[in-house]
Design a protein around this ligand. Structure first.
Ligand code: BUP
Length: 462
Protein backbone atom coordinates (compact mmCIF):
# COMPACT_ATOMS: atom_id res chain seq x y z
CA UNK A 1 0.00 0.00 0.00
CA UNK A 2 0.99 3.67 -0.02
CA UNK A 3 3.67 4.59 2.50
CA UNK A 4 1.94 6.06 5.51
CA UNK A 5 3.18 9.22 7.18
CA UNK A 6 5.14 8.10 10.24
CA UNK A 7 3.86 9.50 13.52
CA UNK A 8 6.87 10.11 15.69
CA UNK A 9 6.70 11.14 19.34
CA UNK A 10 9.80 12.91 20.64
CA UNK A 11 10.31 12.91 24.40
CA UNK A 12 13.18 15.13 25.61
CA UNK A 13 14.30 15.35 29.24
CA UNK A 14 15.35 18.71 30.69
CA UNK A 15 17.87 21.48 30.10
CA UNK A 16 18.77 23.39 26.96
CA UNK A 17 21.50 20.87 26.14
CA UNK A 18 18.73 18.32 25.53
CA UNK A 19 15.89 20.54 24.32
CA UNK A 20 17.96 22.25 21.61
CA UNK A 21 18.94 19.05 19.74
CA UNK A 22 15.42 17.63 20.18
CA UNK A 23 13.98 20.78 18.63
CA UNK A 24 16.43 20.44 15.73
CA UNK A 25 15.49 16.79 15.28
CA UNK A 26 11.78 17.70 15.37
CA UNK A 27 12.28 20.20 12.55
CA UNK A 28 14.48 17.85 10.52
CA UNK A 29 11.81 15.11 10.71
CA UNK A 30 8.81 17.38 10.25
CA UNK A 31 9.87 20.02 7.72
CA UNK A 32 12.74 17.99 6.28
CA UNK A 33 11.27 14.48 6.07
CA UNK A 34 7.47 14.96 6.07
CA UNK A 35 6.90 13.07 9.31
CA UNK A 36 4.05 13.81 11.69
CA UNK A 37 6.02 14.91 14.74
CA UNK A 38 4.88 15.47 18.32
CA UNK A 39 7.15 16.98 20.92
CA UNK A 40 6.49 16.25 24.58
CA UNK A 41 7.05 19.31 26.77
CA UNK A 42 7.15 18.82 30.53
CA UNK A 43 5.88 21.88 32.35
CA UNK A 44 6.86 23.91 34.22
CA UNK A 45 10.33 23.87 32.63
CA UNK A 46 13.33 23.95 34.94
CA UNK A 47 14.85 27.06 33.32
CA UNK A 48 13.20 30.04 31.68
CA UNK A 49 15.48 29.59 28.66
CA UNK A 50 13.63 26.31 27.98
CA UNK A 51 10.21 27.96 28.29
CA UNK A 52 11.21 30.64 25.75
CA UNK A 53 12.71 28.10 23.37
CA UNK A 54 9.57 25.94 23.43
CA UNK A 55 7.32 28.93 22.76
CA UNK A 56 9.49 30.12 19.88
CA UNK A 57 9.71 26.63 18.38
CA UNK A 58 5.96 26.04 18.24
CA UNK A 59 5.39 29.55 16.92
CA UNK A 60 7.84 29.00 14.06
CA UNK A 61 6.89 25.38 13.28
CA UNK A 62 3.14 24.95 13.80
CA UNK A 63 3.24 21.55 12.07
CA UNK A 64 5.08 20.14 15.08
CA UNK A 65 2.42 19.00 17.54
CA UNK A 66 2.73 20.06 21.09
CA UNK A 67 2.11 17.51 23.87
CA UNK A 68 2.16 19.32 27.18
CA UNK A 69 2.76 17.39 30.36
CA UNK A 70 1.87 19.08 33.61
CA UNK A 71 4.18 17.58 36.18
CA UNK A 72 3.26 17.30 39.82
CA UNK A 73 5.90 18.92 42.03
CA UNK A 74 8.52 16.33 42.87
CA UNK A 75 10.33 16.66 46.17
CA UNK A 76 13.70 15.00 45.92
CA UNK A 77 15.29 16.87 48.79
CA UNK A 78 15.16 13.95 51.24
CA UNK A 79 16.15 11.27 48.75
CA UNK A 80 18.84 13.24 46.92
CA UNK A 81 19.82 16.17 49.10
CA UNK A 82 21.52 18.96 47.19
CA UNK A 83 21.06 17.24 43.82
CA UNK A 84 21.28 19.24 40.61
CA UNK A 85 17.76 20.46 39.69
CA UNK A 86 18.09 19.10 36.14
CA UNK A 87 18.94 15.60 37.37
CA UNK A 88 16.03 15.82 39.78
CA UNK A 89 13.78 16.60 36.82
CA UNK A 90 15.13 13.57 34.94
CA UNK A 91 14.19 11.50 37.97
CA UNK A 92 10.68 12.96 38.14
CA UNK A 93 10.17 12.21 34.44
CA UNK A 94 11.54 8.70 34.83
CA UNK A 95 9.08 7.98 37.63
CA UNK A 96 6.09 9.41 35.82
CA UNK A 97 6.91 7.98 32.40
CA UNK A 98 5.32 4.53 32.87
CA UNK A 99 1.94 6.16 33.52
CA UNK A 100 2.32 8.97 31.02
CA UNK A 101 3.54 7.05 28.02
CA UNK A 102 0.33 5.14 27.31
CA UNK A 103 -1.75 8.15 26.23
CA UNK A 104 1.24 9.87 24.58
CA UNK A 105 1.94 6.87 22.37
CA UNK A 106 -1.60 6.16 21.20
CA UNK A 107 -1.38 5.79 17.42
CA UNK A 108 2.38 6.47 17.32
CA UNK A 109 4.68 4.70 14.84
CA UNK A 110 7.74 5.32 17.00
CA UNK A 111 8.95 6.87 20.22
CA UNK A 112 12.23 8.77 20.33
CA UNK A 113 13.17 9.11 23.99
CA UNK A 114 15.95 11.13 25.49
CA UNK A 115 18.87 9.11 26.81
CA UNK A 116 18.04 10.26 30.35
CA UNK A 117 14.72 8.39 30.10
CA UNK A 118 15.94 5.31 28.22
CA UNK A 119 15.67 2.60 30.88
CA UNK A 120 12.06 3.56 31.60
CA UNK A 121 10.84 4.48 28.13
CA UNK A 122 12.24 1.53 26.18
CA UNK A 123 10.49 -1.27 28.15
CA UNK A 124 7.23 0.66 28.46
CA UNK A 125 7.11 1.32 24.70
CA UNK A 126 7.78 -2.35 24.10
CA UNK A 127 4.79 -3.32 26.22
CA UNK A 128 2.71 -0.90 24.19
CA UNK A 129 4.08 -2.42 20.94
CA UNK A 130 5.57 0.89 19.83
CA UNK A 131 9.13 0.80 18.44
CA UNK A 132 11.44 2.81 20.64
CA UNK A 133 14.53 4.76 19.70
CA UNK A 134 16.93 6.47 22.06
CA UNK A 135 18.31 9.86 21.08
CA UNK A 136 21.77 10.46 22.51
CA UNK A 137 22.37 14.22 22.58
CA UNK A 138 26.13 14.01 23.20
CA UNK A 139 29.08 12.65 21.23
CA UNK A 140 29.32 9.19 19.67
CA UNK A 141 32.42 8.66 21.79
CA UNK A 142 30.40 9.35 24.91
CA UNK A 143 27.67 7.03 23.65
CA UNK A 144 30.24 4.27 23.31
CA UNK A 145 31.36 4.96 26.88
CA UNK A 146 27.78 4.90 28.16
CA UNK A 147 27.00 1.66 26.36
CA UNK A 148 30.18 0.03 27.68
CA UNK A 149 30.13 1.34 31.25
CA UNK A 150 27.74 -1.32 32.67
CA UNK A 151 30.15 -4.00 31.41
CA UNK A 152 32.99 -2.18 33.16
CA UNK A 153 30.99 -1.94 36.42
CA UNK A 154 30.06 -5.63 36.27
CA UNK A 155 33.71 -6.57 35.91
CA UNK A 156 35.22 -4.13 38.40
CA UNK A 157 32.37 -3.54 40.82
CA UNK A 158 31.01 -0.15 41.72
CA UNK A 159 32.00 1.86 44.73
CA UNK A 160 35.76 1.76 44.48
CA UNK A 161 36.10 4.78 42.29
CA UNK A 162 36.37 4.29 38.57
CA UNK A 163 39.74 3.71 36.93
CA UNK A 164 40.66 4.17 33.28
CA UNK A 165 37.88 2.78 31.11
CA UNK A 166 39.10 1.12 27.94
CA UNK A 167 36.15 1.30 25.58
CA UNK A 168 36.87 -1.47 23.05
CA UNK A 169 38.17 -0.12 19.74
CA UNK A 170 37.30 3.46 20.70
CA UNK A 171 39.74 4.76 23.28
CA UNK A 172 41.01 4.28 26.79
CA UNK A 173 39.22 6.99 28.72
CA UNK A 174 41.49 8.05 31.57
CA UNK A 175 39.96 8.01 35.03
CA UNK A 176 40.44 11.79 35.09
CA UNK A 177 38.06 12.16 32.12
CA UNK A 178 35.32 9.93 33.53
CA UNK A 179 32.41 12.17 34.58
CA UNK A 180 33.04 13.03 38.24
CA UNK A 181 29.67 11.85 39.49
CA UNK A 182 30.34 8.29 38.26
CA UNK A 183 33.00 7.79 40.91
CA UNK A 184 30.16 7.74 43.43
CA UNK A 185 27.83 4.74 42.87
CA UNK A 186 25.01 6.27 44.93
CA UNK A 187 24.91 9.52 43.04
CA UNK A 188 21.55 10.13 41.35
CA UNK A 189 23.35 10.68 38.04
CA UNK A 190 25.32 7.42 38.34
CA UNK A 191 22.21 5.33 38.96
CA UNK A 192 20.47 6.83 35.97
CA UNK A 193 23.60 6.55 33.82
CA UNK A 194 24.11 2.83 34.45
CA UNK A 195 20.42 1.94 34.08
CA UNK A 196 20.17 3.89 30.83
CA UNK A 197 23.38 2.33 29.54
CA UNK A 198 21.97 -1.15 30.13
CA UNK A 199 18.73 -0.27 28.35
CA UNK A 200 20.40 0.59 25.03
CA UNK A 201 20.50 -3.00 23.74
CA UNK A 202 16.73 -3.29 24.09
CA UNK A 203 15.92 -0.24 21.95
CA UNK A 204 15.01 -0.54 18.27
CA UNK A 205 17.71 1.94 17.36
CA UNK A 206 19.98 4.70 18.64
CA UNK A 207 20.16 8.19 17.20
CA UNK A 208 23.19 10.33 17.90
CA UNK A 209 23.91 13.96 17.03
CA UNK A 210 27.31 13.07 15.58
CA UNK A 211 28.71 12.20 12.18
CA UNK A 212 30.91 9.40 10.95
CA UNK A 213 33.84 11.50 9.74
CA UNK A 214 34.35 13.35 13.03
CA UNK A 215 34.29 10.27 15.29
CA UNK A 216 35.08 7.37 12.99
CA UNK A 217 36.27 4.92 15.68
CA UNK A 218 33.29 5.41 17.95
CA UNK A 219 30.69 5.17 15.19
CA UNK A 220 32.31 2.08 13.67
CA UNK A 221 32.76 0.30 17.00
CA UNK A 222 29.20 0.98 18.08
CA UNK A 223 27.91 -0.39 14.78
CA UNK A 224 30.32 -3.29 14.56
CA UNK A 225 29.48 -4.72 17.97
CA UNK A 226 32.91 -4.09 19.51
CA UNK A 227 31.58 -1.81 22.26
CA UNK A 228 28.66 -4.02 23.29
CA UNK A 229 27.43 -6.99 21.30
CA UNK A 230 23.81 -6.78 20.22
CA UNK A 231 23.34 -3.03 20.07
CA UNK A 232 20.54 -1.97 17.72
CA UNK A 233 21.30 0.10 14.58
CA UNK A 234 23.10 3.38 15.26
CA UNK A 235 21.91 6.38 13.25
CA UNK A 236 24.54 9.12 13.29
CA UNK A 237 22.42 12.03 12.06
CA UNK A 238 24.51 15.04 13.09
CA UNK A 239 25.32 17.76 13.18
CA UNK A 240 21.60 18.56 13.35
CA UNK A 241 21.11 21.99 11.85
CA UNK A 242 20.22 24.97 14.02
CA UNK A 243 16.70 26.24 13.40
CA UNK A 244 15.89 29.90 13.10
CA UNK A 245 13.58 30.96 15.92
CA UNK A 246 12.32 34.44 16.59
CA UNK A 247 13.14 35.85 20.00
CA UNK A 248 10.83 38.42 21.51
CA UNK A 249 11.02 41.15 24.13
CA UNK A 250 14.19 41.88 26.04
CA UNK A 251 16.09 38.91 24.61
CA UNK A 252 15.46 40.12 21.06
CA UNK A 253 16.72 43.57 21.93
CA UNK A 254 19.92 42.20 23.50
CA UNK A 255 20.50 40.04 20.46
CA UNK A 256 20.12 43.02 18.19
CA UNK A 257 22.91 44.67 20.18
CA UNK A 258 25.23 41.68 19.88
CA UNK A 259 24.61 41.45 16.17
CA UNK A 260 25.27 45.14 15.60
CA UNK A 261 28.47 44.94 17.62
CA UNK A 262 29.69 41.83 15.75
CA UNK A 263 28.87 43.47 12.41
CA UNK A 264 31.26 46.28 13.32
CA UNK A 265 34.23 43.96 14.05
CA UNK A 266 36.87 42.86 11.52
CA UNK A 267 36.77 39.27 10.17
CA UNK A 268 37.99 36.56 12.56
CA UNK A 269 38.90 39.06 15.25
CA UNK A 270 36.51 38.11 18.05
CA UNK A 271 36.93 35.49 20.80
CA UNK A 272 33.55 34.10 21.87
CA UNK A 273 33.51 32.75 25.43
CA UNK A 274 30.74 30.59 26.85
CA UNK A 275 30.52 27.73 29.31
CA UNK A 276 27.03 26.62 28.37
CA UNK A 277 23.70 26.76 30.07
CA UNK A 278 24.32 24.39 32.95
CA UNK A 279 26.84 25.58 35.49
CA UNK A 280 28.35 28.82 36.63
CA UNK A 281 32.10 29.27 36.96
CA UNK A 282 33.39 29.84 40.49
CA UNK A 283 33.61 33.52 41.36
CA UNK A 284 37.42 33.66 41.52
CA UNK A 285 37.62 31.87 38.18
CA UNK A 286 35.31 34.47 36.65
CA UNK A 287 37.68 37.19 37.90
CA UNK A 288 40.75 35.44 36.45
CA UNK A 289 39.01 34.90 33.14
CA UNK A 290 38.09 38.57 33.04
CA UNK A 291 41.70 39.54 33.65
CA UNK A 292 42.86 37.01 31.05
CA UNK A 293 40.54 38.36 28.38
CA UNK A 294 41.59 41.89 29.22
CA UNK A 295 45.26 40.92 28.94
CA UNK A 296 44.98 38.89 25.73
CA UNK A 297 44.41 42.06 23.73
CA UNK A 298 41.73 40.57 21.47
CA UNK A 299 38.12 41.54 21.04
CA UNK A 300 35.71 39.26 22.88
CA UNK A 301 32.06 38.41 23.44
CA UNK A 302 31.56 36.70 26.77
CA UNK A 303 28.38 35.07 28.09
CA UNK A 304 28.66 35.00 31.87
CA UNK A 305 26.51 32.74 33.94
CA UNK A 306 26.12 33.31 37.67
CA UNK A 307 23.84 30.42 38.76
CA UNK A 308 22.80 26.89 37.74
CA UNK A 309 19.21 27.80 36.94
CA UNK A 310 18.82 31.09 35.11
CA UNK A 311 15.85 32.24 37.20
CA UNK A 312 18.08 32.21 40.30
CA UNK A 313 20.72 34.45 38.79
CA UNK A 314 20.35 37.80 40.48
CA UNK A 315 24.03 38.67 40.53
CA UNK A 316 25.22 41.92 38.99
CA UNK A 317 27.78 41.75 36.20
CA UNK A 318 29.88 44.50 37.71
CA UNK A 319 30.04 42.64 41.05
CA UNK A 320 31.09 39.43 39.38
CA UNK A 321 33.71 40.97 37.12
CA UNK A 322 35.33 43.38 39.51
CA UNK A 323 35.67 47.11 39.78
CA UNK A 324 36.19 48.99 36.56
CA UNK A 325 36.47 45.96 34.27
CA UNK A 326 33.54 46.81 32.02
CA UNK A 327 34.77 50.37 31.62
CA UNK A 328 38.33 49.31 30.80
CA UNK A 329 37.29 46.87 28.06
CA UNK A 330 34.49 49.04 26.65
CA UNK A 331 34.29 48.78 22.87
CA UNK A 332 36.68 45.84 22.74
CA UNK A 333 34.73 43.40 24.89
CA UNK A 334 31.03 42.72 25.18
CA UNK A 335 29.89 40.89 28.30
CA UNK A 336 26.35 39.67 28.75
CA UNK A 337 24.33 37.66 31.20
CA UNK A 338 21.50 37.13 28.79
CA UNK A 339 20.96 34.38 26.26
CA UNK A 340 22.74 34.92 22.93
CA UNK A 341 21.84 33.15 19.69
CA UNK A 342 25.02 31.11 19.87
CA UNK A 343 24.71 29.31 16.56
CA UNK A 344 24.23 32.66 14.84
CA UNK A 345 27.17 34.18 16.73
CA UNK A 346 29.41 31.28 15.71
CA UNK A 347 28.49 31.68 12.05
CA UNK A 348 29.34 35.39 12.08
CA UNK A 349 32.44 36.24 9.97
CA UNK A 350 33.86 38.29 12.87
CA UNK A 351 34.35 35.10 14.92
CA UNK A 352 37.92 33.88 15.35
CA UNK A 353 37.88 31.55 18.35
CA UNK A 354 35.45 29.84 20.69
CA UNK A 355 36.55 29.32 24.29
CA UNK A 356 34.12 26.55 25.18
CA UNK A 357 33.23 24.12 27.94
CA UNK A 358 32.63 21.59 25.15
CA UNK A 359 29.01 20.81 25.85
CA UNK A 360 28.26 18.66 22.84
CA UNK A 361 25.80 21.06 21.21
CA UNK A 362 28.39 23.79 21.36
CA UNK A 363 30.93 21.47 19.74
CA UNK A 364 28.53 20.60 16.91
CA UNK A 365 27.82 24.30 16.33
CA UNK A 366 31.53 25.04 16.21
CA UNK A 367 31.92 22.21 13.69
CA UNK A 368 29.11 23.59 11.51
CA UNK A 369 30.69 27.05 11.50
CA UNK A 370 34.34 25.97 11.36
CA UNK A 371 35.30 28.20 14.29
CA UNK A 372 38.31 26.77 16.16
CA UNK A 373 37.67 25.76 19.76
CA UNK A 374 39.89 26.35 22.76
CA UNK A 375 38.52 23.59 25.00
CA UNK A 376 37.97 24.20 28.67
CA UNK A 377 35.82 21.28 29.85
CA UNK A 378 34.33 21.48 33.31
CA UNK A 379 32.13 18.51 34.16
CA UNK A 380 30.10 15.52 32.96
CA UNK A 381 31.03 14.42 29.42
CA UNK A 382 33.01 17.56 28.63
CA UNK A 383 36.53 16.15 28.91
CA UNK A 384 35.59 13.29 26.62
CA UNK A 385 34.19 15.83 24.16
CA UNK A 386 37.30 18.00 24.48
CA UNK A 387 39.38 15.06 23.40
CA UNK A 388 37.09 14.57 20.38
CA UNK A 389 37.62 18.24 19.53
CA UNK A 390 41.40 17.95 19.73
CA UNK A 391 41.55 14.67 17.84
CA UNK A 392 39.26 15.84 15.06
CA UNK A 393 41.34 18.99 14.59
CA UNK A 394 38.51 21.32 15.56
CA UNK A 395 40.68 22.95 18.20
CA UNK A 396 43.06 22.65 21.12
CA UNK A 397 42.61 21.35 24.63
CA UNK A 398 44.83 22.46 27.49
CA UNK A 399 44.35 19.39 29.66
CA UNK A 400 45.36 21.21 32.81
CA UNK A 401 42.31 23.44 32.44
CA UNK A 402 39.96 21.20 34.11
CA UNK A 403 37.34 20.24 36.59
CA UNK A 404 36.19 22.67 39.14
CA UNK A 405 37.34 21.77 42.63
CA UNK A 406 40.11 19.36 41.78
CA UNK A 407 42.18 21.89 39.97
CA UNK A 408 43.49 25.23 41.06
CA UNK A 409 41.96 28.26 39.39
CA UNK A 410 43.42 28.86 35.92
CA UNK A 411 45.37 32.09 36.08
CA UNK A 412 44.82 35.12 33.88
CA UNK A 413 48.31 35.04 32.34
CA UNK A 414 47.86 31.48 31.14
CA UNK A 415 44.43 32.21 29.71
CA UNK A 416 45.76 35.26 27.85
CA UNK A 417 48.70 33.29 26.50
CA UNK A 418 46.62 30.37 25.21
CA UNK A 419 44.01 32.64 23.65
CA UNK A 420 46.72 34.61 21.85
CA UNK A 421 48.38 31.41 20.63
CA UNK A 422 45.09 29.97 19.35
CA UNK A 423 44.07 33.23 17.65
CA UNK A 424 47.36 33.35 15.79
CA UNK A 425 47.37 29.71 14.70
CA UNK A 426 46.67 29.40 11.00
CA UNK A 427 46.97 25.59 11.07
CA UNK A 428 44.22 25.32 13.68
CA UNK A 429 42.01 27.62 11.60
CA UNK A 430 42.54 25.51 8.50
CA UNK A 431 41.84 22.24 10.28
CA UNK A 432 38.65 23.68 11.79
CA UNK A 433 37.60 24.75 8.30
CA UNK A 434 38.08 21.19 7.08
CA UNK A 435 35.89 19.88 9.91
CA UNK A 436 33.25 22.35 8.73
CA UNK A 437 33.52 20.93 5.20
CA UNK A 438 33.24 17.36 6.50
CA UNK A 439 30.14 18.30 8.51
CA UNK A 440 28.58 19.93 5.45
CA UNK A 441 29.26 16.78 3.38
CA UNK A 442 27.71 14.55 6.07
CA UNK A 443 24.40 16.41 6.09
CA UNK A 444 24.23 17.15 2.35
CA UNK A 445 22.04 14.99 0.11
CA UNK A 446 23.59 11.51 0.03
CA UNK A 447 25.95 12.25 2.94
CA UNK A 448 26.30 9.80 5.83
CA UNK A 449 24.05 11.71 8.24
CA UNK A 450 21.48 12.48 5.57
CA UNK A 451 21.28 8.80 4.70
CA UNK A 452 21.09 7.75 8.35
CA UNK A 453 18.15 10.04 8.99
CA UNK A 454 16.39 8.84 5.82
CA UNK A 455 16.93 5.23 6.90
CA UNK A 456 15.50 5.97 10.34
CA UNK A 457 12.39 7.52 8.73
CA UNK A 458 12.03 4.50 6.45
CA UNK A 459 12.00 2.21 9.46
CA UNK A 460 9.40 4.34 11.21
CA UNK A 461 7.23 4.03 8.12
CA UNK A 462 7.29 0.28 8.74
BR1 BUP B 1 24.57 29.77 27.54
C1 BUP B 1 23.84 29.69 25.82
N1 BUP B 1 22.89 30.77 23.94
O1 BUP B 1 23.57 32.00 25.67
P1 BUP B 1 25.61 22.54 25.25
C2 BUP B 1 23.65 28.48 25.20
N2 BUP B 1 23.09 28.44 23.96
O2 BUP B 1 22.21 29.59 22.19
P2 BUP B 1 25.13 22.76 28.13
C3 BUP B 1 22.71 29.59 23.31
O3 BUP B 1 22.44 26.18 24.26
P3 BUP B 1 24.76 19.90 28.31
C4 BUP B 1 23.44 30.90 25.18
O4 BUP B 1 24.20 27.14 21.38
C5 BUP B 1 23.77 25.13 22.67
O5 BUP B 1 22.97 24.80 21.58
C6 BUP B 1 24.07 26.61 22.67
O6 BUP B 1 24.18 23.15 24.96
C7 BUP B 1 22.84 27.14 23.31
O7 BUP B 1 25.94 22.83 26.76
C8 BUP B 1 22.99 24.93 23.95
O8 BUP B 1 26.64 23.24 24.47
C9 BUP B 1 23.84 24.49 25.10
O9 BUP B 1 25.52 21.08 25.02
O10 BUP B 1 24.28 21.44 28.11
O11 BUP B 1 24.20 23.88 28.18
O12 BUP B 1 26.17 22.68 29.18
O13 BUP B 1 25.47 19.84 29.62
O14 BUP B 1 23.51 19.09 28.33
O15 BUP B 1 25.64 19.57 27.16
Amino acid sequence: GPAATPRIVLFPSAGMGHLVPFARLAVALSAGNCCDVSLVTALPTVSSAEARHIAALFAAFPAVRRMDLRLAPFDASSEFPGADPFYVRYEALRRSAPLLLGPLLAGASALVADIALASVAVPVARELHVPSYVFFTASATMLSFKAYFPTYIDAHGAGRGVGDVDVPDVYRIPSSSVPQALHDPDNIFTRQFVANGRALVAADGLLVNAFDAMEPEAVASLRGGAVVPGLPPVFAVGPLMPVKLRETGEAAEEQGNHRAWLDAQPPRSVVYVSFGSRKALARDQIRELAAGLEACGHRFLWVVKGAIVDRDDASELSDMLGEGFLRRVEGRGLVTKSWVEQDEVLRHPALGLFVSHCGWNSVTEAAVSGVPVLAWPRFADQRVNARVVARAGLGAWVERWSWEGEEAVVRAEEIAEKVRAAMGDETVAQKAASVREAAARAVAYGGTSHQSLAEFVRRCRG
